[in-house]
Structure formats: structure tokens, C-alpha cells
Design a protein around this ligand. Structure first.
Ligand code: GLA
Length: 407
């Protein structure tokens, strides 16, 4: 058994002071992003309901309002790759594909804003996007101004097709260009992801430049993908977690809950882990036809409250005990959120006595324990020597909060 949580937390240094100074993303942003579910489907003749078109984004915006997503906090409706025309316009500006976005992005932004939501767009620091559409290299000022003129609220800036030694300069220049427009846009970067292959990124610079940043590979609609993101984050937690805080966040990529690849237990694991990692909650699924269980999980107010905790500290993996893994995140008012995962992918639920949870002793002698996932359950006031145990399903999670009670 490795038990470092108790000793680690008081010593952890938070680097959360120097964030990008645009006043945005004071808690991780929440919204919807098209990539993992709709990818680069541009065939609106064969597949009008699922192609990357203004219709798709308008329908998502409608559903976000009608079905309680906006009220739950999901605010950003985001375009990913494959939205633009293959060619810039006569004045060198980016333009949306005219057949798929006949009204243009400004009209789409107006529509999204009329619903009380925000619009995100996508471009690339290099000459082309990852899917081969025009990138922003040599056009940073022009593109930043275009996005501002359209009323865009967020830019996801990819890092394909750029020499890694030029990433820092490119990402910083775009950050300055966005700032110079006077419009407030969340700046979502992939800069560290494209640098990790060569060296450890300079997170001081990343945090000063971006509101959120990807560190690791793209999420896929599979448990192996979600697991590998959690594992990468745990293995690199001392390098990345201290940089998270109001204004700037590590981005482990989209929530794939509600698609095809994860069991319900695995979906709960992704939701719990993303909450403990203080991750942006960007769903990529089809909100028009989501199963009720996935919807209830994504709209679970108690899990969202953990993700959105104003203290803004990212959680850590604090122990591995046999097939169990424990993650802890300190919240405001000395509350501790704890996720207990069962990594064994065979058999039935496994029991872990709560006294074995590393953070348990930080409660003092008395603690009010609440189970948030899989079902809400008040586990009552527990003493140090409690015999309470949690049962965790294979590849599932139990998410708890510990409220200390002062003696
Ligand atoms: C990269 C990014 C993804 C997505 C695709 C689009 O792979 O990491 O999130 O934006 O490009 O082409």
C-alpha cells in the first residue's frame, strides 16, 4: 500500500497565481464540443442530421436550453475542426463552408447568444488544422479579429503542422492577438500536448497564455482511452496538477459519456475523475438522443459542484491499494472529495473499508460522509474507527465527500 495523501497535501505548492489575465474560466468551463462524436463528417447530402453544419449546432443549442443543460451549467457550444471553407476569402479572412453554414458564423453566434449560450470556434497555430483545413499561421491578428467580429466566445487552438520549437511563440502571439481585440474569449490550447514528446513544457508560460490546455492524447469512445488519460495524469500529477486554478486548467479532453464505448460504471468513473481533476466539462455526444441515465449523470448537480468548487485545486491520485485506486481533491470549507476506483475488470463489487482511504484521517475524529456516486447516500457521522465499507463495481467508482466535524 502506498499512502502519500496525508503528507502530500499540506506541502503541495499551488502555482495558481499567474493565470491568463482575461477574467475568464474562473472555474472549469462547461459545454459541448463536436469532435469526439461527430468528427469531420462533412457530407450533408448523405448525412444531413450528423454533418458539421449550422443546423447541428443550432439543434444542440436548442436541446441545451430545453433539456436543462444550460441550467446545469453547460454553457459553451463549440465547433471543432472542419467548419471552414477550404479557402480564405478575398481579403484573406477565414470563412465558414458556405454550403454547410449558409448563414455564416456571426449569425450562428447570434443564435447561440439568443439562447443564453456561448459559441466556441476552432483553429490551429500552424498553416493547416489537423484535418487539413486552413490554419492561422501568418494570420493570427486577422483571425483573432474575425472571431471577435463574429462574437465568438472561445477559441480552441490546435497544434498540428507546426514545428514544436515554434509552438511557444505561436500560442503566445495568438493570446496577444485575442487580447488586443478587446473581446473576451476563452483561450483553449493544445500547446503542452505537442511539446511533451520533446521536453517538459514550460507551464509557467502556458498558464500565463491559456485558460486551459491539453497535455495528452485525444480521448476516444473507449474505456482503454479514458483509463489511459487518467493514468497519464496520475503519473504526471506533480508536473501538471499544481498549475490548475482559477483562470487556467489542465484539459484531459472531452467527456464521451452517452456514446457507445463505455459501460455505465465506466461513465461514472469518467465523470468522477473529471470532477476530481478540475477538468473542463466538454461533452461530445448527441444531446438529441441521449439515454436518461447518461443525462442524469452528466447533469448530476453534486458532481458538478465538486468540479466547479471555487477553491480550484486539482485532485491527486493518493493511493493504490490492491485493485483499488484512491483520488482526492480538497474543496472549499475543508471538505474533501474522494473517488475510490475498482480497477479489476472481472468479478463483482469489491469492498474497501473506509478507514483504509488515505484522506480519511484528515477528517479529525469525526466526519460526515456522503456518497455522491453511484447513488446519493448519507453515510452519516463516522468516527475514526468506523467499520463502514464501500462496495465498488468493476471499472466503476464510488465518489464520496468528507465534511469534517470539529470536536
Ligand atoms: C486534434 C485534437 C482533437 C481534434 C482534432 C481535429 O487531434 O487534439 O481534439 O481537435 O485534432 O482534427
Amino acid at each position: 500500500m502506498r499512502c502519500t495523501g496525508l503528507l502530500l497535501f499540506p506541502l503541495l505548492i499551488s502555482h495558481a497565481v499567474k493565470a491568463l489575465d482575461n477574467g475568464l474560466a474562473l472555474t472549469p468551463i462547461m459545454g459541448w464540443l463536436h469532435w469526439a462524436r461527430f468528427m469531420c463528417n462533412v457530407d450533408c447530402v448523405a448525412d444531413p442530421d450528423n454533418c458539421i453544419s449550422e443546423r447541428l449546432f443550432m439543434q444542440m443549442a436548442d436541446v441545451m436550453v430545453k433539456e436543462g443543460w444550460r441550467d446545469a451549467g453547460y454553457e459553451y457550444v463549440c465547433l471543432d475542426d472542419c467548419w471552414p471553407s477550404r479557402r480564405r476569402d478575398a481579403s484573406g479572412g477565414l470563412q465558414a463552408d458556405p454550403a454547410r453554414f449558409p448563414g455564416g458564423i456571426k449569425r450562428l453566434a447570434d443564435y447561440v447568444h439568443s439562447k443564453g449560450l456561448k459559441l466556441g470556434i476552432y483553429s490551429d497555430v500552424g498553416a493547416e488544422t489537423c484535418a487539413g483545413y486552413p490554419g492561422s499561421l501568418d494570420h493570427y491578428e486577422k483571425d483573432a479579429q474575425t472571431f471577435a467580429d463574429w462574437g465568438v466566445d472561445l477559441l480552441k487552438f490546435d497544434g498540428c503542422n507546426m514545428k514544436w520549437t515554434r509552438l511557444a511563440e505561436g500560442y503566445r502571439n495568438m493570446s496577444r492577438a485575442l487580447n488586443a481585440t478587446g473581446s473576451r474569449m476563452v483561450y483553449s490550447c493544445e500547446w503542452p500536448l505537442y511539446e511533451w514528446d520533446f521536453h517538459k513544457p514550460n507551464y509557467t508560460a502556458v498558464r500565463e497564455t491559456c485558460n486551459q490546455w491539453r497535455n495528452y492524447a485525444d480521448v476516444y469512445d473507449s474505456w482503454s482511452s479514458v483509463k489511459s488519460i487518467a493514468e497519464w495524469t496520475a503519473l504526471h500529477q506533480d508536473a501538471v496538477a499544481p498549475w490548475a486554478g482559477p483562470g487556467g486548467w489542465n484539459d484531459p479532453d472531452m467527456l464521451v459519456i452517452g456514446n457507445y464505448g463505455l459501460s455505465h460504471d465506466q461513465q461514472e468513473s469518467q465523470m468522477a475523475l473529471w470532477a476530481l481533476m478540475a477538468a473542463p466539462l466538454l461533452m461530445s455526444n448527441d444531446l438529441r438522443s441521449l439515454c436518461p441515465r447518461a443525462k442524469a449523470l452528466l447533469q448530476n448537480r453534486r458532481v458538478i459542484a465538486i468540479n466547479q468548487d471555487p477553491l480550484g485545486r486539482q485532485g491527486y491520485r493518493t493511493a493504490t491499494l490492491g485493485s483499488f485506486e484512491v483520488w482526492e481533491r480538497p474543496l472549499s470549507n475543508r471538505v474533501l472529495a474522494v473517488a475510490v476506483r475498482n480497477k479489476q475488470e472481472i468479478g463483482g463489487p469489491q469492498k474497501l473499508p473506509i478507514v483504509k482511504v488515505p484522506g480519511w484521517r484528515t477528517c479529525g475524529s469525526l466526519c460526515n460522509v456522503t456518497q455522491i456516486l453511484p447513488q446519493y447516500k448519507e453515510l452519516g457521522v463516522q468516527r475514526q474507527r468506523t467499520d463502514l465499507a464501500v462496495a465498488v463495481n468493476p471499472s466503476g467508482v464510488v465518489l464520496l465527500t468528507f465534511h469534517p466535524i470539529l470536536d
